[in-house]
Design a protein around this ligand. Structure first.
Ligand SMILES: *Cc1c(COP(=O)(O)O)cnc(C)c1O
Length: 397
């Protein structure tokens, strides 16, 4: 990760196909496009790769989350359970629909703690959004059992875990709907883009219409299409889809490089008794985009991060003080700093956040360090990095 490290001729070829006929729009213009349907081809490739019946491309991973929720009927006043550790996009997508994000603790999988999820369920709960952070997954069996018992939707935010698996199934294909991001820093990228995948035909048709103004996409005359329901514009462009089509072909290669680099570093860090690794649920296979490990406490993590900075080990984070990924610094959410008025229902629904402690999450995140796994490192560079990391950690204990 990220996929842009491997850009090459394949991306150029697909982009040039689009530029040669000039049709940047994914729908219509059949006579002008010389047979090039990059978005449609990428959707077919996603269906094949992720073993699902349907894939709908959209303009971003955040859009994918909103479209997935809306397609399954989640809206005003509904509660959606989500983790304290994710990217801000998760609660944005929920809030945008007038729904209420209910944040709950993570465990040492770095994803939703099933016990915390169960405790947070109310009569208003409609969905559970599991976020497969940093390349690995939540305990899907436990979460599926909770959803079944309480008649809830399970939506997977697999934006950071594309290519990972759980019990033989691709991440994103297990819940009712799965979401991917192809933004610039993701495992495969097309600049900006995302996708919703599902085996549910109704959700798919809903996401197809909803992401394009509610147009029904029936027949060849765009102007004659009707609107079964309200929609918005979350379309991807043909240019973005063209880059994505090249990148999806590189996914096996990307995953193999990540795995190799990940294992080299993990093996070296395993020499240190105080270092433990993030828990991967039984039957799970990471996509190896990040190596996550735990140190004895927050103080050591901070010391190690400082040591990494001074020692020239880049792309490592402790998320405790991070603005983008962890609840502690999300004051704009806690204090509801919104440009436009927010409904009383959502305000009341979120008031719990003002004083809530997430000590279990603080404990996990405080001890965690996450190292990005790059694709462009040479074998020598990975080995050198691993030894540097080992020595700095040892000196910080
Ligand atoms: C990147 C990301 C998103 C949002 O994707 P965009 O394409 O940037 O909108 C959502 N969730 C997670 C976990 C992400 O990492």
């Amino acid at each position: 990760m990220p996929g842009f490290e491997l850009f090459g001729d394949l991306e150029k070829k697909h982009v040039n196909d689009v530029l040669d006929n000039g049709v940047l729009m994914r729908y219509g213009f059949d006579g002008m496009r010389n047979g090039h349907w990059k978005a449609k081809e990428l959707e077919t490739a996603l269906e094949k790769t992720f073993q699902v019946k349907h894939a709908q491309l959209v303009s971003s991973g955040t859009a994918a989350l909103s479209v997935a929720l809306a397609s399954a009927g989640v809206g005003a006043g509904d509660e959606v359970i989500m983790p304290t550790f994710t990217f801000v996009a998760t609660f944005e997508a929920i809030m945008q629909l007038g729904a209420i994000p209910v944040l709950v603790d993570i465990d040492d999988t770095l994803t939703l703690c099933p016990k915390a999820v169960e405790k947070a369920i109310t009569s208003k709960t409609k969905a559970i959004m599991v976020v497969h952070m940093c390349g690995s997954m939540g305990d899907m069996d436990a979460l599926q059992a909770i959803c079944k018992a309480h008649h809830l939707l399970l939506i997977e935010d697999a934006c950071q875990a594309i290519g990972g698996e759980y019990k033989g199934k691709p991440l994103g294909s297990i819940g009712d709907l799965g979401c991917f991001s192809f933004d610039f820093v993701k495992t495969i990228t097309c600049g900006e883009g995302g996708a919703v995948i599902t085996n549910n035909k109704d959700y798919y048709i809903n996401s197809d219409h909803y992401s394009d103004h509610g147009h029904d996409h029936v027949g060849n005359d765009r102007g004659a299409e009707t609107h079964p329901f309200l929609g918005y514009n979350y379309r991807i462009s043909e240019l973005h889809a063209a880059v994505g089509l090249a990148q999806i072909q590189r996914l096996p290669e990307i995953l193999a490089i990540q795995k190799n680099n990940f294992n080299i570093i993990k093996e070296v860090l395993s020499e240190i008794p105080e270092v433990t690794f993030r828990k991967v649920p039984e039957g799970g296979i990471e996509n190896y985009s990040f190596l996550n490990f735990f140190l004895p406490n927050l103080e050591t993590s901070r010391k190690v991060i400082q040591g990494f900075k001074e020692g020239g080990v880049d792309a490592c984070w402790n998320y405790f003080d991070n603005n983008w990924h962890y609840i502690r610094k999300w004051d704009h959410l806690k204090n509801l700093k919104s440009l436009a008025p927010i409904s009383e229902e959502v305000k009341n629904g979120l008031s719990y956040l003002k004083n809530k402690e997430f000590s279990q999450s603080d404990n996990v995140i405080g001890r965690n360090i996450s190292s990005l796994i790059k694709l462009s490192w040479t074998e020598e560079q990975v080995k050198e990095r691993a030894l540097k990391m080992r020595d700095i950690i040892k000196a910080s204990l």
